[in-house]
Design a protein around this ligand. Structure first.
Ligand code: NAP
Ligand code: F7E
Length: 368
């Protein structure tokens, strides 16, 4: 008998990779989408029409819709990936973020109970390294104290604790994956890695002059999203419900990511200056770019509080789940994202400029 999975956040980066992964495993996959006036389903467009892939309307703020879908699908596994996932945006929309990322988790758990599936349905909660926030130790593992440092992280902390509570109170198989940053060619365009790889593609093709970033010193443990969705599944196949840190165990700065991304496009940068005055100048590459400032710092991309030292310790996931944190290296990740975006921008031409301008306005909170 094939298993049935329900994914909230199916249209997102992780939801799309997880759908592919579960379909390959022979699952019947159901996803929840929210109504939009425009089509935001490009990450799953290739799956629509697959005989084992089904979509349902629902919303994380609407208990009734969640109960109806859970009752109709009667899943063996739920992957709760839906979230307002942008940390900077959570400062602009803290209440919405709390409703979706905190209370939304409770709604999913209660939907399972309302449908009397609490003894059979396993639940994965998309938790985050942002819980460590203003970090209290490095590297971070399952026992590191939490110190959330944004409205997003505070909301996700509620999600983490309510999952733990339902596990203990009702003996439910529900677990949190504490995932460190994971990126891909499907990453949202306003997260720093994708913003950089798209800018590299556009600058190298003469469609953008300069990339504006915030804190270049910020440190992250970046992995490849496609490798991380396997772990979500492994967490639910474990003998008992437990929480796991998922990370590569390797740390790099935003500046290092930027340097390497430009290098893959044949552009060498030299960084000069400090803080808001720091600049990345082209010292080698196409003649028309040499001597130009291709990277500058803008305070628009600074956060009221920023998490600056994330570095995960995946020992437990390696030992108990047999997961390989070194499947895709940092260098391979940057390369695959840059190559993808160079091809994408080349095929979009001038339309790529309009798209990235829009992404930049949105990130700055400017409505034009
Ligand atoms: P993402 O690309 O931003 O996708 C978020 C998904 O949530 C989208 O499908 C979105 O739908 C959906 N969603 C948002 N609000 C909703 C609502 N009110 N009702 C229903 N659906 C809603 O995020 P991701 O990178 O795939 O991340 C997946 C999950 O992992 C998130 O919970 C995120 O917070 C968490 N996480 C991510 C990372 C990472 O590095 N990627 C690390 C740790 C944890 P639309 O397409 O309609 O917007
Ligand atoms: O920022 C710095 C920024 O927005 C990374 C989400 O998936 O991972 C993600 O959250 C760092 C921060 O991701 C820019 O200040 C510098 O220190 O790519 P990001 P994030 O905030 O780490 C966690 C694990 C999640 O759970 C979230 O859902 O980069 N940074 N300059 C910048 N960041 C952005 N976005 N834009 C800049 O221009």
């Amino acid at each position: 008998m094939s298993k049935t999975a329900l994914i909230t956040g199916v249209t997102g980066q992780d939801g799309s990779y997880l759908s592919e992964f579960l379909l390959e495993k022979g699952y019947d996959v159901h996803g929840i989408i929210r109504r939009s006036s425009v089509d935001f389903r490009e990450r799953i467009a290739h799956l629509e029409g697959h005989p084992h892939f089904h979509l349902h309307y629902g919303h994380m703020g609407d208990s009734m819709s969640l109960i109806k879908v859970v009752d109709k699908v009667r899943p063996d596994e739920i992957y709760n990936l839906a979230a307002q996932s942008h940390v900077q945006v959570s400062f602009d929309s803290p209440e919405f973020t709390a409703d979706v990322d905190a209370t939304g988790v409770l709604r999913v758990l209660e939907a399972v109970r309302a449908c009397h599936l609490e003894k059979t349905c396993r639940i994965y909660q998309a938790s985050t390294s942002e819980l460590y926030g203003k970090v209290e130790e490095v590297p971070q593992n399952e026992n590191t104290p939490f110190h959330p440092y944004s409205p997003y992280a505070v909301a996700k902390l509620y999600g983490y604790w309510i999952v733990k509570e339902y596990r203990e109170a009702y003996d439910m198989f529900c677990c949190s994956g504490i995932l460190f940053n994971h990126e891909s060619e499907r990453r949202g365009e306003t997260f720093v890695t994708r913003k950089i790889t798209l800018a590299v593609a556009r600058i190298s093709q003469g469609l953008q002059d300069c990339l504006y970033l915030g804190n270049l010193d910020s440190l992250r443990d970046w992995g490849y999203a496609k490798d991380y969705v396997e772990c979500m599944w492994l967490i639910l196949q474990n003998d008992k419900p437990e929480d796991f840190v998922i990370a590569t165990g390797v740390q790099h700065s935003v500046r290092e990511f930027t340097e390497l991304a430009f290098r893959h496009a044949g552009i060498e940068l030299k960084f000069e200056g400090k803080g808001i005055d720091e600049k990345g100048i082209c010292v080698k590459g196409p003649e028309k770019l040499v001597g130009k400032t291709l990277v500058a710092v803008s305070k628009d991309f600074y956060r009221p509080t920023d998490v600056v030292n994330l570095w995960g310790d995946p020992t437990k996931a390696k030992a108990k789940l047999g997961w390989d944190p070194a499947k895709t290296s940092f260098e391979q990740l940057v390369k695959l994202m840059v190559e993808h975006d160079i091809a994408k921008v080349a095929s979009e031409g001038a339309a790529a400029k309009v798209r990235t301008n829009l992404a930049e306005y949105l990130e700055k909170g400017i409505v034009k």
